[in-house]
Design a protein around this ligand. Structure first.
Ligand SMILES: Cc1ncc(COP(=O)(O)O)c(C=O)c1O
Length: 444
């Protein structure tokens, strides 16, 4: 039995330095910064750099020969298949249900093209009101492609007045009530703005009961929280890999299709990389798709992008994959939350409406991410108060000047995510300390 190394695997990563991120108010410029932004762009694994450098060297020394004869037995023609077992394990699927390909929004369109088949009775797309904009554009354009008015075809779920997250009972109720008119239920596994991890299993089950297709955008869920797409009976899912999966900016994406669709659903927009690899290079005129998700591949994929992803996936494996990582994630995020609760500038969510009546009150912050660990992943979303007064921007700049890297989401949110693979408790402490200092200076 191999033993799981102690987490975090900090030494396996390149940690940006204070000078690198513009922390001009710190003297220890060469020390690692406090990087809490792996929910947006994961850090680079040392293994990723090694693998990318190896591929560059194969390209330099062998050129086109690398496609079929690779010194490390990673022939480029089959490189995407090297990523599949890892991705399948991370999303809880069979290998054939997963493909490593293209980009998230493109994969979302591919899946909607195959699964969204509106009829006069069943034509709605159910999503979050504050879905990531790319998804909103995709859903509206999908409706328009079928001659439908997005205002009628796209049904949005909003939190109750004064709340930020969606309640499970409210989501299930809408699916129950509008079920017969909903063609596709598609939400994000973890919400990008609030950090809420939706109850994916019960939503999927309710959608199935109502005869709807159920898909998920896993951009913020994959590599963050444990997933069991196959067992939950999810129809399709898409994700990017540059967040928790650390594949690098604009890295290659992923796609999942449940195997129950293998016989009845064929790729609608075919390309040669979805064709049976045994005859792909015989260049037949007839398309014969690979069984499962692989059939949706279109183009030969970027080898450098896959190499970079593979390095991170191998590091996930070294860490023991999602079970120990999730444990570590809960510890770290709970610790950051505890430190933030101790801040004198913290305002409990329940008190915001009374303390900031008519939008007035002292500078402070609350946390809009659910408190229950079963309803969230690594990310905490801090909402700065009073809303719309520029507090967030000032605090954000101050944090950055002290090397604390989160990201801002207009108008009032900063997202901080301690990442199970490479962040530690000292990162959480630095974030809380510099947040307090930023407020102190704000007040002075
Ligand atoms: C939830 C979500 N969906 C979709 C996207 C768009 O991803 P891409 O630009 O890779 O298509 C993002 C990007 O951050 C995202 O966070």
């Amino acid at each position: 039995m191999t033993s799981t190394p102690e987490l975090p695997l900090r030494n396996e990563f390149f940690l940006p330095t204070n000078s690198g991120v513009g922390a001009h108010r710190l003297l220890n410029v060469d020390k690692p910064c406090t990087y809490l932004c792996g929910n947006s762009l994961g850090l680079m694994c040392k293994r990723s750099r090694e693998l990318v450098e190896e591929e560059l060297s194969v390209w330099a020394t062998r050129g086109v020969i690398g496609h079929f004869d690779h010194p490390q037995k990673r022939d480029w023609v089959g490189l995407a298949d090297h990523a599949r077992p890892y991705l399948a394990e991370i999303v809880g699927a069979n290998e054939k249900e997963v493909a490593c390909m293209s980009t998230l929004t493109t994969n979302l369109h591919l899946m909607m093209n195959s699964f969204y088949k509106p009829t006069s009775e069943r034509y709605k797309i159910l999503c979050e009101a504050k879905a990531f904009p790319s998804d909103q554009y995709a859903f509206a354009s999908q409706a328009q492609t079928h001659g439908l008015d997005p205002a009628k075809a796209v049904l949005e779920l909003s939190p109750r007045p004064g709340e930020y997250c969606l309640r499970e009972e409210d989501i299930l109720k809408v699916i129950q009530q509008d079920g017969p008119s909903i063609a596709v239920v598609i939400l994000s596994g973890v919400q990008y703005y609030t950090g809420q991890w939706f109850p994916m299993q019960s939503i999927t089950q309710k959608a199935k009961e109502q005869g709807c297709i159920c898909g998920w955008d896993l951009a913020h869920a994959v590599g963050n929280v444990p997933l069991s797409l196959h067992d939950w009976d999810v129809d399709f899912a898409v994700w990017c890999t540059y967040k928790y999966l650390n594949s690098g900016p604009g890295g290659i994406a992923g796609l999942y299709v449940h195997e129950k669709w293998n016989d009845s659903l064929k790729p609608k927009y075919s390309g040669w990389w979805g064709h049976d690899p045994l005859t792909r290079f015989a260049m037949p005129s007839q398309f014969s798709p690979v069984e499962g998700a692989g059939g949706f591949q279109q183009s030969n994929p970027s080898i450098l992008a896959i190499a970079s992803l593979l390095g991170s996936l191998q590091t996930f494996k070294k860490a023991g994959m999602m079970a120990p990582l999730r444990k570590q994630s809960i510890l770290l995020t709970n610790y950051l939350e505890k430190l933030l609760f101790q801040s004198k500038y913290f305002v409990p969510l329940e008190e915001v409406s009374t303390k900031y009546k008519e939008g007035k009150g002292p500078p402070g912050f609350t946390i809009i991410t659910p408190r229950d660990t079963k309803d969230r992943g690594a990310q905490l979303s801090l909402l700065f108060l009073p809303s719309g007064t520029g507090v967030m921007q000032k605090i954000f700049e101050s944090l950055q000047s002290h090397g604390v890297i989160g990201d801002e989401r207009q108008p009032d949110v900063i997202r901080l995510a301690p990442i199970h693979l490479y962040n530690n408790e000292a990162d959480c402490e630095a974030a809380a300390q510099y947040l307090n200092r930023a407020f102190d200076e704000f007040e002075a």
